[in-house]
Design a protein around this ligand. Structure first.
Ligand code: CUA
Length: 325
């Protein structure tokens, strides 16, 4: 086998993969050459200045000032360069494009469950379109997992206590590995899967193939099953706050502080309603901790998102065109 056949890196499958690799290679080359230089100098200087009959005691010697300035100045410039480059890439990875397609992932000992806005569900396989940003909202049923797409060069911890998001934009169709990158129990190594990157038309066809209604409409059903609708009517005088237009808005709490109604706020308000009481409402909502699975929580979240700021919510419409955040 030729050395060139050996894949040192997984293939590059996302818009950020090339940048991540370039930064990684530059960092490795810089730190590697500095290490080699240091070990070489230790070796050479130890021999050169070894104890001899003429050289019994160490002598103090002032280094030339230019040398001193050099070993302060050059590393400073290199470090600042690495910092600026790293920060630029970090922000690029952290900033989710507005037109991202929403996918929901739940980690569980030991499998990955994915849900699409249209209601399709899959286990250990994720279908996505090529050339379109995909935002994944992550939740865990049990312990900390980490969703890792080696070909996309992205990885994010999946936490049992709150939502996190990650995104990628695939640049080529094909089948790429998914791994769990956080030790999570005996079957951790088996918590693997595949992401299938498809042409947009194939993806639309795949989406059209059967589901139990959109994620939001499944959430709406749960909203009724858990009798949430008895208090959260759309009447401002009801026992629970109005949820239409809630997502992404600012909420004033009992102590007059203001919080943003984001994914984690909504999650907390379902599991621990007393934590952040909306101004003017009493602590009457029961907790749903332990009664709603992570998958169902994501459905409820999708439903509440679908109520957005839109005057007439129709979550069952054409969710693949959904542009809301
Ligand atoms: Cu899940 Cu390791």
């Amino acid at each position: 086998m030729l050395i060139s056949d050996f894949p040192l890196f997984p293939e590059q499958g996302s818009t950020v993969a090339g940048q991540v690799d370039a930064l990684f290679i530059v960092l490795s080359v810089i730190t590697g050459s500095v290490s080699i230089l240091i070990f070489l100098l230790i070796f050479i200087l130890a021999i050169k200045y070894r104890r001899t009959p003429q050289n019994q005691l160490a002598q103090d010697q002032e280094p030339p000032q230019m040398l001193e300035a050099g070993w302060i100045g050059i590393p400073f410039v290199i470090f600042m360069g690495m910092f600026v480059w790293g920060a630029w890439l970090y922000f690029r990875l952290a900033r989710i494009p507005d037109n991202a397609l929403d996918v929901y992932a739940t980690g569980k000992q030991w499998m990955w469950k994915f849900q699409h806005s249209t209601g399709q569900r899959e286990i250990n396989t994720l279908h996505v379109p090529v050339g379109r940003p995909v935002r994944i909202t992550l939740a865990s049923e049990d312990v900390i997992h980490s969703l890792f797409f080696p070909s996309f060069r992205i990885k994010a911890d999946v936490l049992p206590s709150r939502y996190r998001t990650m995104w990628f934009q695939a640049t080529r169709t094909g089948r790429f590995h998914i791994f769990c990158a956080e030790y999570c129990g005996t079957q951790h190594s088996g918590m693997i899967g595949w992401v299938e990157v498809m042409e947009p038309t194939d993806y639309q066809k795949w989406l059209a193939g059967g589901s139990e209604g959109s994620l939001a409409s499944q959430g709406e059903k749960l909203f009724q099953t858990h009798a949430c609708n008895t208090c959260h009517t759309n009447d401002a005088t009801a026992r629970g706050p109005v949820l239409v237009g809630l997502y992404g808005s600012d909420v004033t709490l009992g102590d007059n502080s203001v919080v943003k109604a984001d994914d984690n706020y909504i999650r907390e308000s379902i599991l621990n309603p007393q934590a952040k009481l909306v101004k003017g409402f009493g602590p009457i909502m029961p907790t749903f901790q332990g009664q709603v699975s992570e998958d169902d929580l994501l459905k409820l979240l999708a439903y509440i998102k679908s109520l957005g700021g839109a005057p007439a919510p129709s979550p069952a419409g054409t969710p693949q065109k959904e542009q809301r955040r």
